[in-house]
Design a protein around this ligand. Structure first.
Ligand SMILES: Nc1ncnc2c1ncn2[C@@H]1O[C@H](COP(=O)(O)OP(=O)(O)OP(=O)(O)O)[C@@H](O)[C@H]1O
Ligand SMILES: C[C@H](N)[C@H](N)CCCCCC(=O)O
Ligand SMILES: [Mg+2]
Length: 226
């Protein structure tokens, strides 16, 4: 079983976009793949319950029979910082509850399990814990999505600095072009390739049509795909 945690330089950097592409890539290569979105803020009523579009996208992109509840155990209606949303409705997210929820999710029997974070790496889940504390406890290898836009160099280097300081195994990083107007995209990508101390796994160009991933060989090796 291969397990990864997808974080990003920020909220809206493309974690769902990239996690979905990674799941689809694994499925295309005959793997059993499933996505976990433990904490989602921003939800609407559908199918007689609250649902979050990130979790639905991950369910559609994988190929196991996971239940919505297994994929997304913590869901909040307002699109705000999750620990604030949780406090508003008297819920408490914790590392220990995340551990139980992940054990339940893992029973789906996938070969490749990919967890999508929420926001960036240091996301508070309550007054004392961060989502990264759970990732550290699970010892999940991390994939960093860099949302390519002006300012991403600082965000990417800051995130990578903290990951290195915490001794996290960074499996690699993916460039995701969120800003179609970004100037000097290639020079920024070259700067990141030169400075980020982790394998470059691929890039997803900006598109308003079918999302695509330009796969680097390191990704095929990481996922053990023929
Ligand atoms: N390569 C891309 N081309 C075009 N649009 C993109 C691309 N990547 C992401 N987007 C769009 O940018 C928005 C943010 O992307 P996404 O939802 O994947 O971010 P996220 O990191 O998962 O955010 P959150 O922290 O809310 O989970 C979405 O509307 C998505 O469709
Ligand atoms: C609502 C949003 N799309 C995400 N689901 C949650 C982002 C939380 C960011 C918290 C922060 O770092 O300020
Ligand atoms: Mg998302």
């Amino acid at each position: 079983m291969k397990q990864f945690f997808v974080t990003a330089t920020d909220t809206d950097a493309g974690k769902t976009h990239v996690t979905s592409l990674l799941l689809k890539l694994a499925v295309q290569h005959k793997k059993k793949a499933a996505g976990f979105k433990p904490i989602a803020a921003g939800a609407e009523e559908a199918f007689g319950r609250l649902v979050n579009t990130d979790a639905l996208t991950l369910i559609e992109s994988g190929n196991t029979n996971v239940l919505y509840e297994q994929v997304n155990p913590f869901i909040f209606a307002p699109p705000i910082a999750p620990h604030i949303a949780a406090a508003q409705q008297g819920e408490h997210i914790s590392v220990s509850k995340l551990r139980s929820a992940y054990d339940e999710f893992k029973s789906c029997g996938a070969d490749i399990l990919i967890t999508e974070g929420a926001g960036g790496w240091l996301l508070p889940i309550n007054d004392t814990e961060l989502l990264s504390d759970w990732v550290l406890a699970e010892q999940l290898p991390v994939i960093l999505v860099v949302g390519m836009k002006l300012g991403c160099l600082n965000h990417a280097l800051l995130t990578m600095e903290v990951l290195a300081h915490q001794g996290v195994h960074v499996a690699g990083w993916i460039a995701n072009q969120v800003d179609p107007q970004m100037q000097e995209y290639d020079a920024n990508l070259a700067t990141l390739k030169a400075r980020l101390p982790a394998p470059f796994l691929g890039e997803s160009p900006y598109t308003e049509h079918t999302p695509k991933l330009k796969i680097h060989r390191a990704l095929m090796e990481l996922f053990e795909l023929g």
